[in-house]
Ligand binder design. Structure first.
Ligand code: PEP
Ligand code: MG
Length: 625
């Protein structure tokens, strides 16, 4: 049966593929395809894992003291019974045999199927048995980590998923994204380049999950997923931001998606409208395929602008920069024609490391890699911005909220966290200063709101410099800027500007904090409004104050990469935009078609109207003709 689920559009385009349901807690389970020849070995791994768990449970049962509650022994019996149940084991083997999933992926895929069946049971007693199946599967997954795959640690070249055996003709498009670097096994469906080539013509895959943390999302960057859907999240949640940087169609905040979509269903993700169509009828599928082709043609057309300088019709040169998450993204930035990196979100280097933070040398290597990859173009390295929906440990936004204080977005986040960890902060600053010896670097500090913080930042930089000098290590000069993302900083911008070389407006947070809307909360996402007059007034004020002070100003929030806002930001006097590399071409096209002398009316209406989006629509439409 075909159904539709509605969510929030994150990145454009249409993805069509088979659903891979991943439970948030099992995102770190290895997912990869095995070669046909390795199926027997993989099934053997399952058998060994099952036997090991059965032995473990038998020992537990035998060692049970007589005074232990009777229910405990009964529970172990249930688990033993499940271990031998065909719906668990035989069906799991089928995923290995028919779809060539590795054992861990097959087990978690089958668990999702069973969990759904339990959820639908009327009888509460039976419904609760879901927890037992989960526990048994968890034990087996743990056991599997001890049993090395029979295949080499990388799948054999040419390992291919078999043709679909579950009905429904595939859309026949390439699954496409290959990891050029060493494969990341944990948590992502990955492919060696050789294997990826062989995916061509096979069913593409889309990821469906209740919640995925930003760090986990990053792992999917090198995966073969062609789209993704999550139940939670807002348009500018960090999970959505990482998804957008992957440049694949995505929908977040689709609430019931992971409950309504089943493992292996055909799913259309419409990243333009936020609609997810499950098992579409052929005529609907055909329409989406048509749209998919159209958007690919449009992208190819825009890609031709790569080497064209971004200059308005009346001769204003506009700097289009890239936002990156990892040093390796610098290549994508260059390929998209970025004139530098306007925002390197370094916190992604700090996540999911089991509490061990990267040391100075490791950070230095990462920053140096980005600086050298940009070949003399400036790289703006933001000091770590953890907290809120970017916890250091693995957790989804909902868990993070629960684990990290009452309201983590208002808590120990970004520069507040860095100043609370002065040793760590200086370590990062030393690594950045060392990387600056290899090319132009700007240091950007997130979430500055207090004058006391400014002095603490200056002191930390001075000490880091001195420590490097004492250690005889090479360092380069840097300029230091503040992110303007707390309304307090925007209100006193002229005074802030006295202390910094440049500022960059983080509109994602500026909107969140101005409107008191948690950017990661889909329940209030309809109120997250970049067009709110207060937001526009603050933006205009910051850009104008920077011009008066003669200091560079950039916007690096999602507004900068949304071509809907290009003319308006130009009308405010903005000449530097930083965005996902995939947005550069479209924004550039807008810049090339704009004559800033014709923007007076647009700016006036935008700043005067109660509802600027509606009020400026006609003017914006005319400008685009
Ligand atoms: C912002 O807040 O606009 C920004 C660019 O930073 P982040 O999205 O990482 O919070
Ligand atoms: Mg921010």
């Amino acid at each position: 049966m075909s159904i539709q689920v509605f969510g929030i559009q994150v990145s454009r385009g249409v993805a069509i593929g088979r659903a891979v349901l991943v439970a948030s807690s099992r995102v770190d389970v290895a997912h990869y395809y095995i070669a046909a020849a390795d199926v027997p070995q993989e099934i053997e791994r399952l058998r060994l894992a099952r036997n090991a768990v059965a032995d473990e449970l038998e020992v537990l049962k035998a060692d049970m003291p007589p005074e232990a509650p009777h229910e405990l022994a009964a529970l172990l019996d249930v688990h033993l019974m499940l271990l031998h149940d065909e719906t668990v084991i035989a069906a799991t083997k089928n995923w290995v045999r028919d779809r060539h999933y590795n054992a861990e992926w097959a087990l978690s895929a089958q668990l999702e199927v069973l969990a759904r069946q339990f959820d639908e049971m009327e009888d509460p007693y039976l419904r609760e048995r879901k927890a037992d199946v989960e526990q048994v599967v968890e034990r087996m997954l743990r056991e599997l980590t001890q049993i090395a795959p029979g295949v080499p640690t990388t799948p054999a070249a040419g390992a291919v998923p078999p043709a679909s055996g579950n009905g429904g003709a595939g859309p026949g498009q390439a699954a496409g994204v290959a990891s050029a670097a060493a494969p990341v096994w944990r948590g992502a469906v990955v492919a060696t380049p050789a294997a990826a080539r062989d995916f061509a013509g096979e069913d593409p895959l889309v990821l469906v999950a209740a919640d995925v943390s930003p760090a986990d999302m990053l792992q999917f960057k090198r995966s073969v997923f062609t789209g993704f859907v999550t139940d939670v999240g807002g348009r500018t949640s960090h999970t959505a931001i990482v998804a957008r940087s992957m440049d694949i169609p995505a929908v977040v905040g689709a609430r019931e998606a992971s409950r309504l979509i089943r493992q292996d269903d055909w799913v259309v993700i419409d990243g333009d409208t936020g609609v997810v169509v499950v098992n579409p009828p052929p005529i609907v599928l055909e329409e989406y395929r048509f749209r998919q082709r159209q958007s690919e043609l449009e992208r190819a057309r825009l890609a031709r602008l790569r080497n064209t300088p971004a200059v308005t019709l009346d001769g204003h040169v506009v700097e289009l920069l890239a936002n990156i998450e990892l040093p390796g993204d610098a290549d994508t930035a260059l390929a998209a024609g970025a004139m530098g990196v306007g925002l390197f979100r370094t916190e992604f280097l700090f996540m999911n490391r089991g509490g061990a933070l990267p040391d100075e040398d490791e950070q230095y290597e990462a920053y140096r890699e980005a600086v050298q990859a940009m070949r003399g173009l400036p790289v703006t390295i933001r000091t770590v911005d953890v907290g809120a929906d970017k916890p250091l440990e693995r957790a989804g936004a909902a868990e993070a909220r629960h684990d990290h204080g009452l309201n983590p977005a208002l808590g120990l986040r970004a520069i507040r966290w860095s100043l609370a960890e002065p040793g760590m902060f200086r370590q990062q600053l030393r690594a950045i200063l060392r990387a600056a010896a290899h090319g132009p670097v700007q240091v950007l500090v997130p979430m500055v709101a207090h004058f006391g913080e400014i002095h603490a930042i200056q002191e930390a930089i001075a000490r880091a410099r001195q420590q490097l000098g004492d250690a005889g290590k090479a360092q380069g000069s840097v300029t230091v800027g503040a992110m303007i993302e707390v309304p307090a900083a925007a209100v006193v911008i002229s005074r802030f500007l006295r202390h910094f070389d440049f500022v960059s407006v983080g509109t994602n947070d500026l909107i969140q904090y101005t409107l008191a809307i948690d950017r990661a909360d889909e329940a209030v996402s309809h109120l997250y409004d970049p067009w709110h007059p207060a937001v526009l007034a603050l933006l205009q004020q910051v850009i104008a104050a920077a011009a008066t002070a003669g200091k560079p100003v950039s916007v690096c929030g999602e507004m900068a990469g949304d071509a809907t806002f290009t003319e308006l930001l130009l009308s405010f006097g903005l000449r530097s935009f930083s965005m996902h590399p995939s947005c550069i071409a479209e924004v550039k096209q807008r810049v090339l078609r704009t004559d800033t002398r014709q923007l007076t009316e647009l700016q006036r209406i935008a700043l005067d109207a109660d509802a600027p989006e509606a009020a400026t629509r006609t003017v914006r439409g005319k400008l685009r003709q």
